[in-house]
Write a protein that binds this ligand. Sequence first.
Ligand code: KIV
Ligand code: ZN
Length: 385
Amino acid sequence: MRKIYVLDTTLRDGEQSPGVSLTAQEKVEIALQLERLGIDRIEAGFPITSKGEIASIQAVAKVIKQATLVAFSRSKEQDIDAAREALKGAEDACLHIFLATSPIHREYKLKMSKEKVLDTLEAAIQYGRKYFSKIEFSAEDASRTEVEFLCQVTERAIKAGATIVNLPDTVGFATPDMFGQMFKTIRENVTGIERIQLSTHCHDDLGMATANTLAAIANGVEQFEGTINGIGERAGNTAVEEVALALETRSDVYQAKTSMVLHEVYQTSRMVSKLTGMLVPGNKAIVGANAFAHESGIHQDGMLKNRATYEIITPATIGVTSSKLVLGKHSGRHAFKERLIDMGYHLDEEQLNTAFAKFKELADRKKEIVTEDIRALIDERAKEG
Ligand code: KIV
Ligand code: ZN
């Protein structure tokens, strides 16, 4: 199995979610949990943004012992100096420099020619190399960059001393086929590519961040970037837990694995949701409240006979104690009877039929039937009987 490195950017790109701001203490708490989760590289923030941000990263640097600590920086000396300040106490540090490369960013945002972009990124990486042995360079908006130019960018970044080159789908524009092809072209045409790790970083504007990340992995990238619960700018980033579980569950397809401690996934998701205030939708893959809940009678019957009929991941894999059979109007007798037994009721066939008919009547009026509803229903039947 090929090892895939994970760079978690919950504390940087995730914190760029509208309305999210984390205190130093909150960043420390999340970083410690990310380390328990077995994340290889933790991007702790964007130091140039404020003095408080530098102090937060320094606080994270004091407690992180296993993971590499990463700080984000524009291709500017003042940003790199701020990153040096922020990362000075880190056990293992990596500077993450970025510069946009696509025509629209070159023309309107940067007002730079292709040559100027190449010279700017080269100068920034060379400056960074004076202070850091590990440098990641990101070609912002890579998926909308001419692929020949992207080859030149990657080559120049390698020559200047980058150790990781990250090609992001910054605006979630890529499709899996084109994104996979882009990495294949880079691998086949860039001189020196074997000297660095290739990385990917996707956004979810069209709901394809996980699929695009997996396409990049299938085409040889060694690192992917993402956030817990997929939080981040606009529609968010690739959800780290989705890619990790896809690799785990479909190792037959990808033959690649992360070093993540998967049973810490759920706890990490809850913590990030609580500290960022970003709620996890019920139907969110892997960590949503309904990810292991079953309501229809047919599904519940299948689950009671063999859980693999309707679950491709066991809840225990991500640290959830058990699946949930939700009682509602689609539920069947089998699940209803099991719930009664769990609650200590042992009804004969006729009693069960009457109780089940009452349960169905109630389920037409009430979306989810909870334990108290069932107790009331049985006690009422007992009084009548
Ligand atoms: O989305 C992006 O391109 C980023 C950086 C890696 C530049 O967040
Ligand atoms: Zn991003």
